[in-house]
Design a protein around this ligand. Structure first.
Ligand code: 0WD
Length: 269
């Protein structure tokens, strides 16, 4: 019996086939899940590149819905959940794989982040999870599992991660509060903290190459994780395999997060 047979859910955050949300989708699809998707609204409706890119990926795997959704807009979120209700009736899981910070705020030190840049980063990268959980409850009368994507920069200082580190700290705290609030409704909320993966978003973070090198030489497994492994951890958190797990930040990072100093065999400099 497939792990996700009979389960239905929504995936937010596929930009292209490098996206972590796509790697999770591939695992969910393989295990028999029925899936609905959102894509970022296209700036020029006459040339819907975003929609086309996501449609090309999700149609071949039998997507039940695809809708444009900017998580900064309540109307878009309402429209997405109304469509999910119409399409699925009820759902069992949600993947929240969304983050954004304006480039000028992401590049600088956190003391120089603009007020507007801070609000935008927190709105898209953190508040959106709360806004999604608020709407998801009605569609999850039998409980469910919600995951978000995080990174170690929310727990420790990762130079170059800057304002996004603050967002991930708030995101992981939100996961704990949301898990406590939704537990009685049998809705689980967890964060999946991935090691560095080359994607559209990570290319905007300074120092991604350095982090990939460090993970390769410092992590207990002495290698980087690949996106398929992150996809499999997502599947675990969304399936009944993790039925006793909520409020957790699960690391899929070759164990890098447990290290406090480089291993003795690593030559620095
Ligand atoms: O190394 C990495 N790539 C890691 C990523 C390590 C650990 C965690 N993560 C996290 C990211 O912080 C993010 O939360 O994983 C999540 C997904 O990131 P990704 O797969 O690396 O990046 P990407 O493929 O770019 O997907 C993120 C998507 C956006 O893509 P673009 O690049 O177009 O901004 O988030 C979505 C969008 O599809 N997104 C939005 N969706 C709705 N409304 C919005 C918005 N306002 N803004 C961004």
């Amino acid at each position: 019996m497939s792990l996700m047979a009979g389960k239905k859910g929504l995936v937010f955050g596929i930009a292209n086939d490098y996206s972590i949300a796509w790697a999770i989708t591939e695992q969910l699809h393989k295990e028999g899940a029925e899936l609905g998707f959102t894509h970022l609204p296209d700036r020029d409706p006459a040339s819907p590149k975003m929609e086309r890119r996501v449609r090309k990926l999700v149609e071949p795997i039998g997507a039940k819905m695809l809708v444009s959704c900017d998580v900064q807009k309540d109307d878009d979120l309402d429209k997405t959940f109304a469509m999910a209700k119409e399409t699925f009736g009820t759902i069992d899981f949600i993947v929240h794989s969304i983050a954004y910070a304006p480039m000028e705020d992401l590049k600088g030190p956190v003391y120089a982040v603009s007020r507007e840049g801070f609000k935008t980063s927190m709105d898209i990268s953190v508040f959106s999870l709360m806004a999604i959980c608020k709407r998801a409850q009605e569609l999850m009368p039998n409980g469910g599992s919600i995951i978000t994507l995080s990174y170690l920069g929310g727990e420790k200082v990762i130079p170059g991660y800057n304002v996004m580190g603050l967002c991930k700290a708030a995101l992981e705290s939100s996961v704990e509060y949301l898990a406590a609030e939704l537990g009685q409704k049998k809705i689980r909320v967890n964060a999946l903290s991935a090691g560095p993966i080359r994607t559209l978003s990570s290319s905007a973070v300074s120092g991604i190459d350095l982090m990939l090198n460090l993970y390769g030489s410092m992590s207990p497994l002495r290698r980087n994780v690949d996106v398929e492994e992150v996809g499999k951890s997502g599947l675990y958190l969304l399936s009944d395999l993790s039925s006793g797990v909520t409020g957790e930040t699960h690391h899929c990072d070759s164990g890098y997060h447990v290290m406090g100093a480089p291993p003795l065999d690593v030559k620095l400099g």
